[in-house]
Design a protein around this ligand. Structure first.
Ligand code: ATP
Length: 396
């Protein structure tokens, strides 16, 4: 059974399977999945293996195809091409109810006239389980979610966080083979979101149920995921552990999307002088000598020797006194954020566009510097990135 869904926003849905299974396992494979809505390619030739028991998070900007992918796995949308394989079985022809997957959405969709107990018990009653089995399972789930004391209340008397737990409980009580979660914490306030993040991570670990989660919040993704899938314009950009997608971005989109403040990406030009290879940041006086390893990675650099230089704000080393070998530049802006300072450093100006070339730097909060003051900077060599500006792919 499928209650209400709507196409162009987060949908409200509760699926009830005819057979309620015990917590079991599911690997999910997407093979060459493409989904179009008219002229829009919502998902473009997506290939992905979601491991059994994995917590996989789809991350990307609005409209990149995250929800559509989730709805395809659930069977709420049908792909134009490709196969969706769950536990080794091709499921393209199966209805949502026959896939035994539970959906949790941004809007909790609780029944207002039912108590918490009855809301959680709803899928089990629909599956015609016995009274004592239902009571046992609801209590088990309520205990896991620490909502035992709320079982007699109605949704109107619950906080947002409590409602979200009830919605989770209703999904969990069925013991589905996988959870699909579409921005389930989007309606919670900032503090609750942080609490729910660790709670959800703990629950997923304890239950061991394969979970596919959608968010546009990178902190949520970084803190909970085993692996993150980064999407843009319907296309998979990178898949990897939080550490991998943050530290080894495969292309310019991922480099610019992950991290707040984001990675500094500045165009530069490669030059050889004597036996050294330099990279000069365009429209600045700044030149960087490449290590042998970095120079070796430039084998197939663009013909005009242009590339994009990338460095994260936390990997720029700064001092407010002159240090030999460091470049002098001027402080353009200082933001004191309590736990850190973000400093914009002026490096130059593009005469054609009048765009300022600035570098964002993250320092510890005790670092004192004023706007207009000189600052000396260097880059942590271990964390320098180079990208091909034409293909947008990482070179190093
Ligand atoms: P958001 O974070 O805003 O929810 P998303 O990454 O989940 O975005 P999708 O909802 O999957 O993105 O949408 C991908 C693209 O497909 C968008 O361009 C969207 O407008 C389009 N789209 C999604 N559903 C439909 C639909 N039912 N009819 C027409 N276009 C749709």
């Amino acid at each position: 059974m499928c209650l209400a869904s709507h196409a162009d926003g987060p949908c409200i849905l509760l699926m009830v399977t005819s057979e309620v299974s015990h917590f079991s396992m599911a690997a999910i494979e997407l093979k060459n999945i493409t989904k179009r809505f008219g002229d829009v390619i919502a998902v473009n030739d997506l290939n992905l293996e979601i491991h059994d028991r994995e917590f996989l998070i789809f991350l990307g900007p609005s409209g990149c195809g995250k929800t559509t992918t989730l709805r395809l796995i659930a069977g709420l949308e049908h792909p134009e091409t490709g196969d969706i394989i769950i536990d080794g079985i091709r499921t393209n022809h199966l209805s949502p109810a026959d896939r035994d997957i539970a959906f949790v959405f941004q809007f909790y969709a609780l029944y207002p006239h039912l108590t918490v107990f009855d809301n959680i018990a709803f899928p089990l009653k629909a599956a015609k389980l016995g009274q004592s089995e239902i009571r046992g399972r609801v209590q088990e789930v309520a205990h896991l979610l620490q909502i035992d004391a709320l079982l007699k209340r109605r949704p109107a008397h619950l906080s947002g966080g409590e409602m979200q737990r009830v919605a989770l409980g209703r999904a969990m009580v069925r013991r589905p083979i996988a959870f699909l979660m579409d921005e389930p914490m989007a309606n919670l306030d900032a503090k609750l979101r942080v609490d729910m993040r660790s709670e959800l991570k703990r629950l997923q670990y304890e239950l061991g149920t394969t979970t596919v989660f959608v968010t546009h919040d990178q902190v949520e993704a970084m803190s909970m995921a085993d692996r993150i899938v980064i999407m843009y314009a319907g296309t998979l950009q990178q898949i990897g552990s939080p550490h991998e997608v943050y530290n080894q971005p495969r292309n310019l989109f991922v480099a610019g999307f992950m991290g707040s403040p984001s990675m500094n990406l500045i165009r530069g030009t490669i030059r050889s002088e004597d036996s050294n290879i330099f990279m000069r940041l365009n429209h600045t006086d700044f030149s960087w000598v490449l290590s042998d390893e970095q120079a070796a990675s430039l084998g197939n650099r663009p013909p005009d020797n242009e590339l994009v230089f990338g460095i994260r704000p936390e990997h720029v080393v700064v001092t407010n006194e002159a240090v030999e070998g460091r470049i002098r530049a001027n402080v353009h802006l200082v933001e004191s954020l309590g736990s850190m300072n973000i400093i914009d450093i002026f490096l130059g100006e593009d005469p054609e566009t009048a765009n300022l070339i600035t570098l964002r730097v993250r320092t510890h909060p005790g670092f004192q510097v004023e706007v207009g003051q000189p600052i000396w900077l260097d880059f942590d060599e271990e964390h320098v990135h180079f990208f091909n500006p034409i293909t947008a792919q990482a070179i190093y």
